[in-house]
Design a protein around this ligand. Structure first.
Ligand SMILES: [Mg+2]
Ligand SMILES: [Zn+2]
Length: 195
């Protein structure tokens, strides 16, 4: 698994915080097939405002993304870096920056530990952050996102942007998964939930 930006993270913050683990493509930004061009980075409408509200409410925001385009040779690390730089710019301009972003660079057949729904990206995040599992969520547009939530003992929300409308049909036999139209609605649900 890999962190973006690829810097040594600061010392672990010992305060458990409510945390949103956010899928990237089809959740934060409009899905493009193997997005590799920074000019094609476009935030999902309403996403930035919702992220800002979550930050103001004390939530940590951590990106978790499968980027198998790297492992499949569809794009290079420099292209991923350019896309991430652009996404970061857009989020900062909206006063909604992520606290960290972790991605899996492998292809499905690599059998790595970090490709969602496996928990490697969260295991990596746990070296840097504590979260309160009762108030933390995984939000994304694929079944692998809500299955990651279950594997990590968190709650999951499937958004219907990106691949969500198709993926929803594969949600059979998964109890407790919430479905919301988009990231803004998903975050509103998380913020309303006060155990
Ligand atoms: Mg996605
Ligand atoms: Zn991986």
């Amino acid at each position: 698994m890999t962190r973006w930006p690829d810097i040594e993270p600061p010392a672990r913050d010992a305060t458990p915080r409510p945390t949103l683990f956010l899928d990237r493509d089809g959740c934060l930004n409009v899905d493009r097939d193997y997005l590799a061009d920074p000019a094609q980075v476009e935030l999902v409408p309403g996403a930035a405002g919702a992220l800002r509200r979550a930050r103001a409410a004390g939530y940590r925001l951590i990106g978790v993304s499968n980027q198998s385009g790297l492992g499949r040779g569809r794009f290079a690390r420099a292209e991923l870096d350019a896309v991430m730089t652009r996404l970061d710019e857009l989020l900062r301009a909206a006063d909604a920056p992520l606290d960290a972003f972790y991605y899996c660079p492998h292809a499905p057949q690599d059998g790595c530990a970090c490709r969602k729904p496996r928990t490697g990206l969260l295991d990596e995040a746990a070296r840097e952050f504590f979260w309160d599992p009762a108030r933390s969520w995984v939000i994304g547009d694929k079944v692998s996102d809500v299955d990651l939530a279950r594997a990590a003992g968190l709650r999951g929300i499937l958004v219907l942007t990106g691949h969500g409308a198709d993926e929803r049909r594969r949600l059979v036999d998964r109890e407790g998964v919430l479905v919301r139209p988009d990231l803004a609605a998903a975050i509103a649900t998380a913020l309303e939930d006060r155990p």
